[in-house]
Design a protein around this ligand. Structure first.
Ligand SMILES: *Cc1c(COP(=O)(O)O)cnc(C)c1O
Length: 385
């Protein structure tokens, strides 16, 4: 039997070993690790809500009313009023008929694909889709097809071939899966074109807006809303753990799709409901996203992104709050990350299997909670040879 030690040594040898970094302060633009203070450019707390006074207060208040645990799965007795209220708020926010929340975005993906697809169905994913979508597709039992990142011709090829074999008049469900903002590259999907293709070939579309919620579109409603395409996306997925600063995954869709999830999504059925206070706090976060305060935070975030673009002499504007700094070799990414850490910056090295073997990188994320001076300091450190 293979020994764990030698397997781990191989990771070490290939600069792919990972260990946990413990923060001794709350999530924010400035964090503490032991006695080191670092500027944090690693989190997905894009609007700085994860430690905001408003959400802290909402959480405290909700705990006083609802306690800490939910006691059971949602279908047993774990659905509390805050869960229902959050789902109503989410559906309204995304302009969908209904919504369902899960403990995390990961379990939302796994539950959803498992519920709507079965053996014989076909799921077509962008190559750079998040691991939870790939795992979800595999677990669903459907036939898995992958198109190169944002490659519309290849997507159309796959759709055409699939529909030649399984005409729309039959029972085969065909699901296209993509993200509005790709988590490790920060670029966007060509959503208008993808929507047109999925309609042409009578497929469903699941759009994961994990890195767009709070960041893109009017009120932070995401890319589909920014492009006026919300009504043509069948399944809107996302997480409340990033731009919204709390926790929990969601799926917004038509009533029949949501009822299908309630009846078939195993990660929903066989898991205890998230704490009601988390749901209540997430609902408050959605209010912030859609408010003038949300607009102010987004303005600040986008002004930081423009500032970083200029400071780094990049021609193209950033498409999201994520800037990949691709270096290739894992060892090089680790070295750069360590050098930045010595200079007082937390910028993680992202390596295989999160990204391709030869595409290791630093993943830099900005937040509205940063100051302009902090963004300038990062740009100066990145420009050093
Ligand atoms: C983070 C992420 C998820 C998972 O969300 P969690 O709430 O963190 O489980 C799903 N999809 C994408 C694209 C993500 O980046």
């Amino acid at each position: 039997m293979r020994a764990f030690e030698s397997q781990l040594e191989e990771l070490q040898h290939n600069d792919l070993f990972r260990d946990l970094r413990v923060l001794d302060s709350a999530q924010g633009p400035e964090i503490r690790i032991g006695d080191e203070t670092l500027l944090n450019f690693s989190s997905n707390d894009y609007l700085g809500l994860a430690n905001s006074p408003t959400l802290r207060e909402a959480f405290h208040t909700a705990i006083d009313i609802w306690g800490t645990g939910s006691g059971a799965s949602r279908l047993v007795s774990g659905t509390l009023a805050p869960h229902r209220d959050l789902e109503a708020a989410l559906a309204a926010f995304k302009g969908a008929e209904a919504a369902l929340t899960f403990s995390t975005g990961y379990t939302a993906a796994v539950g959803t694909l498992g519920a709507i697809l079965t053996k014989g169905d076909v799921v077509i994913l962008d190559k750079l889709s998040h691991a939870c979508l790939i795992d979800a597709a595999r677990l669903s039992g459907a036939t898995l097809r992958v198109f190169p990142h944002n490659h519309l011709d290849k997507l159309e090829d796959l759709l055409r071939k699939t529909r030649e074999k399984h005409p729309p008049s039959g029972d085969t469900r065909v699901l296209v899966v993509t993200e509005s903002v790709f988590s490790m590259d920060g670029d966007r999907a060509p959503l208008a074109e993808i929507v047109a293709l999925k309609e042409k070939y009578d497929a469903l579309l699941l759009l994961d807006e994990a890195h767009a919620l709070g960041v893109l579109g009017p009120g932070g409603r995401g890319l589909a809303e920014e492009l006026g395409l919300s009504a043509r996306v069948d399944l809107h997925m996302g997480t409340l753990s990033k731009g919204a600063g709390v926790s929990g995954g969601y799926l917004c869709a038509s009533r029949p799709i949501i009822d299908t999830l309630i009846n078939h999504a195993r990660s929903f059925i066989f898991s205890t409901a998230p704490p009601p206070a988390v749901a209540a706090t997430a609902r408050r976060a959605l209010e912030i996203l859609g408010s003038e305060e949300g607009d102010r935070l987004r303005e600040r975030l986008w002004s930081h992104l423009a500032r970083l673009q200029t400071a780094l002499d990049r021609k193209e504007p950033l498409e999201s709050a994520i800037l990949p700094w691709i270096v290739g070799e894992p060892a090089r990414a680790l070295e750069l990350s360590q050098k930045l850490r010595a200079d007082g910056f937390l910028v993680p090295a992202i390596r295989y299997p999160t990204v391709a073997r030869d595409a290791a990188r630093l993943r830099i994320t900005l937040s509205a909670a940063h100051t302009a001076a902090q963004v300038d300091a990062l740009a100066a450190a990145l420009r050093e040879p």
